[in-house]
Design a protein around this ligand. Sequence first.
Ligand code: TXA
Ligand code: MG
Length: 338
Amino acid sequence: MDRRDEERPSPKVLKVDPLRPQWEAVEEAGRALREGLLVAFPTETVYGLGAHALKAEAVARIFIVKGRPPDNPVIVHVGYLEDVKVVAREVPKSALLLMARFWPGPLTLVLPRSPAVPDITTAGLDTVAVRMPSHPVALAIIRAAGVPVAAPSANRSGGPSPTRAEHVLEDLGSDVDMVVDGGPCPIGVESTVIDLAGEEPLLLRPGGVAREELEAVLGRPVRPGRGEEVARSPGTRHRHYAPRAQVIVVSGPELEAMARRFMAQGKRVGVIATGPIPLPAGCHLRVMANGLPQYARELFHILREMDHLGCDVILAEAVEERGLGLAIMDRLRRAAAR
Ligand code: TXA
Ligand code: MG
């Protein structure tokens, strides 16, 4: 820690009940956002770093604090359906269908942008990403703010996303004005991002709402964006989710042998497995016995924890790319990319 860090004041931390957040705390966080301050708060997916989405100077601080490349736009969070019209100039029928079924919840819609949204929020794109979160704390704070709230994940750019208030403090500390601590995030991976601004709906990022569910509601296939199309979701180009340790995605039957091989080389090994496996002492094993929801919920925390344990290598068991499995595999592959 250098002297500058010691001198910076700590952010105000407000602890709230995740299901019935205290009114005073919600009001205080909402007011801070409205006044242009940076407030981190829990959503059902990950912690968000919130700022007034229509105030360019407030959003600019998000980019500075996160070390986020300026070509990566942020998601605008709304508290009421009517607010979508403030940030989007057009709301296609497909959007109405998806909003009716999945909002509030872990789904982000990319729509034609309204002129009310400053360039910095959308990185100059002609579209805006919008979502209404379902976490009672997030929803209450955004409603109290009374303005649309820009909020990327509240971590340093490139690292694992924050799913607990401790992660936010660890990454951003005194660079934020306020952290609302509502405990661990229940889903643990980010929202699904679907582009509805073009002819055909495109999946830009798999997440908390399964692709199969989107297809069922829209009554048509939703294919993943490719090349130029994904370039419309610039975030997908940047380094993401990576802990310090090297992450390797491994199929279940190969886990044990691979762990033993790395241990024989004197490496400190962490293993994330979907079921119990015999491993030598000294290997850090985390078993996701409760299925994909547990894997998603704990993934980013485990990546951070294994860094703290000094792991050189993290072996993560691959899962089938169906339902939440698609988002888990997307995050694992990106965490593994160097
Ligand atoms: O679950 C979530 O979505 C969390 C919580 C806090 O709501 N937020 C989040 O934000 O994950 P962030 O900034 O980490 O990821 C936003 C993603 C990026 O991949 C970005 O490129 C994409 O959404 N995005 C934002 N605006 C876009 C736009 N206009 N067109 C295409 N992609 C966009
Ligand atoms: Mg992020």
